[in-house]
Design a protein around this ligand. Sequence first.
Ligand SMILES: C[S@@+](CC[C@H](N)C(=O)[O-])C[C@H]1O[C@@H](n2cnc3c(N)ncnc32)[C@H](O)[C@@H]1O
Length: 281
Amino acid sequence: MKHNALTRRAAASQLAPFAVFPSRLAAVARHNARIVKQSASWLVRSREHVHYTYDLEPLNLEHLAWFVATVTGSRADAVRGYLAELQEDAELRRVLAGGLARSSRGATVDRVIRYGRRLGWYAFVRALRPEFVVETGTNRGFGSAVIAAALLRNGRGRLATVDFDDRSGELIAPPYDQVIEHVVGDSVEFLAGPVARRQPIDLLIVDSSHTPENDRAELDAATPLLAPEAVVLATKAYCWRVLPCWAEEQQREFLHFDEKPLDHWYRGVGIGASFPARVRA
Ligand SMILES: C[S@@+](CC[C@H](N)C(=O)[O-])C[C@H]1O[C@@H](n2cnc3c(N)ncnc32)[C@H](O)[C@@H]1O
């Protein structure tokens, strides 16, 4: 009797994958239908074909606040305040929208301002109150303007940003250009040159995102230029091990924030952060 029950249970467990197949198929179909719907809506409403912009999901913003708070040793409610401050900054939105309207690449940009991970950069600058920020990879200057807005709110600090594309920096405009030095050139050569070496770097943002080798070369070139308490952020830490490896060699900490774009098919990127080591037990 007992033997029969065991045999029936074993047979049922072998059939289980087939029995649950319809519900598995339905779960995958629901998931893929949501992606197809988001993709179709994006194809109609957006003109972007590279450097996608997007807002972040509400819970992702809360995670971002805690991430910045943890890395900078700030209170989460203070960081939430910084995130709100950028979203409510009408002047910056006006300047960025004007720049996008005049853009030479106007046919392939959206005029809506969506900050994504740059909200985190803004909060880092507000929380750390750096004297000197370096950004590799200026592109249009979207991040540069955001960083400059935070520096102007702090009432101190300057940004140096580099890009080898001579069309880069088109969104760098008054009043934000007062605190930005935009250099056209190779990022590694820039880090070996006089602008980057003028004073210790308090915040380095590695966003040239070209190859892992280039990210590593930028980190190596910047290492002797960093202030002792410097924070280093890198965009491609979601897919490359460069920043965590460098952090370990330098006996620093590493954490990663993963972006969750709102109503977008794109998986998003993120913010890898390396910061001074805490005392470990
Ligand atoms: C992801 S975009 C930067 C986005 C920008 N930080 C923002 O917030 O919108 C990367 C930029 O890095 C630049 N770039 C890539 N490799 C570079 C290098 N070795 N030196 C200088 N610029 C580089 C590209 O021209 C591109 O504009």
